[in-house]
Design a protein around this ligand. Structure first.
Ligand SMILES: Nc1ncnc2c1ncn2[C@@H]1O[C@H](COP(=O)(O)OP(=O)(O)O)[C@@H](O)[C@H]1O
Ligand SMILES: [Mg+2]
Length: 435
């Protein structure tokens, strides 16, 4: 395959992909394509199988069935399902980021970008990784590598933080650093697992800008996982929707967002609401928050959960540990009914629900970062109208709410309870004081 590939060849072709874990069909006969130079989004509710698809593409899992073909710009073709993960990174040039940030938190921002290039550096100069990150640090690194790192520092708007430990960066900046690091490997395909999760609106805008820049100025194609539909609608060229491991829709954002199967898959969301969110989250909600208080970087610091694991090829290859800890062990046939049933149970477990807002006026729950209009309505439907109700959530309530909203770990990570506490205090001051 020597002739240069024309731009219309899909960069990635997934055909009849299946992945089974014991009796559970995590992915069933999935076929889709990602076109070169585009941003393709893989969306679906939690547990739909999105991360599993990434794990198959990046060689962390060997699929039970199916073919995954990557065609590079120079026409080289790789059958990813037959390659070990390190070759998928090094030869097929697939880079990924993880649902949970994985940076070398003790190393500086610049060092993180240099380590990403250690393959090339080692080849060029015989450096060892330890030599690179150890004593001499980046002073020893080749000029070219430093230049590439600086290029991506600039693109990711991190120049000012180059010498700070990665773990000290705000959450959104860490997300961009991860992407910059992946880009330093010069990937054909960049796979991002929920890059917008936990970002505040300002950080989301910065992320979108970075992704659009990558799309416009590099030859890298992007495959993006997201479970919140509103996020992808603004930046994707093409959207593939998964539910229970199967594809339920595939097309451009406008088509997908109006597809009744997609609307139904986002449980409890009616057509009108989906439309509302798609426009509202992008505009009104964001603008509202941007005009508000400067947004302190939210949530518990992610640095504690970051680790410097073993350095493998360019991007660490490892499973999504956190995902695995909340396995839904259900048989494929019963899975839909069971998940619905579990969500019903979770709803009724929200213990401090009220039948109606006190005094007829609900608080604007969307002021809590992480709660958008859809989730606000879902919470309202189950009697949560006020900040103080969320402020009073105990562990079990958080768990129930996360199950109900299908938001694994996000409520804790974004510290909704803490946010609700300060908002509730503000409301109380208003009521008690000035009025
Ligand atoms: N290693 C594994 N062992 C058993 N079940 C798994 C494993 N990985 C994923 N699953 C299951 O496969 C399904 C899809 O998971 P995942 O791909 O993480 O979903 P998503 O990323 O869309 O939230 C879930 O039911 C999950 O529990
Ligand atoms: Mg996932």
């Amino acid at each position: 395959m020597s002739a240069a590939t024309d731009m219309n060849t899909p960069i990635l072709k997934v055909e009849h992909l299946s992945m089974k874990f014991g009796g559970l069909v995590a992915i069933g006969d999935l076929s889709f394509e990602a076109r070169r130079g585009e941003i393709t989004a893989l969306i679906g509710p939690n547990g739909a199988g999105k991360t599993t698809v990434f794990n198959c593409i990046t060689g962390f899992y060997k699929p039970s069935e199916g073919m995954i073909t990557l065609t590079s710009r120079d026409g080289s073709r790789f059958l990813l399902e037959r390659m070990p993960d390190f070759q998928i990174t090094a030869k097929a040039k697939v880079a990924r980021t993880f649902q949970n940030i994985r940076l070398f938190s003790g190393m500086t921002v610049l060092e993180n970008l240099l380590v990403a290039q250690h393959n090339r550096l080692m080849k060029a100069s015989g450096f060892t990784v330890l030599g690179l990150v150890g004593l001499g640090g980046y002073a020893k690194a080749s000029r070219e590598s430093v230049e590439l790192a600086e290029h991506w520092l600039e693109k990711a708007n991190l120049v000012d933080r180059a010498d700070d430990p990665a773990g000290d960066l705000p959450y959104g900046a860490q997300r961009r650093l991860e992407i910059a690091r992946a880009m330093c490997t010069g990937p054909e395909l960049l796979c991002l697992d929920e890059p917008a999760a936990g970002l505040n609106p300002r950080e989301s805008l910065a992320l979108n800008a970075l992704l659009n820049d990558i799309k416009d100025t590099t030859g890298t194609s992007i495959l993006l996982i997201e479970h919140d539909m509103s996020v992808v609608m603004q930046i994707s060229d093409h959207v593939v929707v998964l539910e229970y491991g199967r594809k339920i829709s595939d097309g451009d954002p406008a088509f997908v967002k109006n597809d009744p199967r997609v609307v139904a898959a986002y449980l409890g969301v009616d057509d009108e609401e989906v439309g509302e969110v798609l426009t509202a989250v992008g505009d009104e909600h964001v603008i509202h928050e941007l005009e508000g208080e400067p947004d302190p970087d939210h949530g518990p610091s992610p640095s504690s959960s970051m680790m410097a694991g073993p350095i493998s090829d360019t991007i660490e290859q490892s499973g999504d540990g956190a995902d695995r800890s909340e396995l839904v062990k259900v048989s494929p046939d019963a899975s839909k009914a069971r998940i619905v049933e579990e969500r019903e149970k979770a709803k009724s477990a929200l213990s401090n629900a009220l039948p109606a807002p006190r005094g007829g006026t609900p608080d604007r729950l969307t002021l809590i970062k992480g709660i958008g209009p859809v989730n606000e309505r879902k919470l309202n439907e189950h009697g949560i109208f006020h900040f103080d109700q969320i402020a009073a959530w105990k562990k079990a309530d958080i768990k129930a709410a996360e199950e109900y909203l299908a938001f694994d770990g996000r409520i804790a990570r974004e510290d909704w309870v803490g946010q609700a506490k300060s908002l509730a205090k503000g409301e109380a001051d208003k009521r008690g004081g000035r009025k």
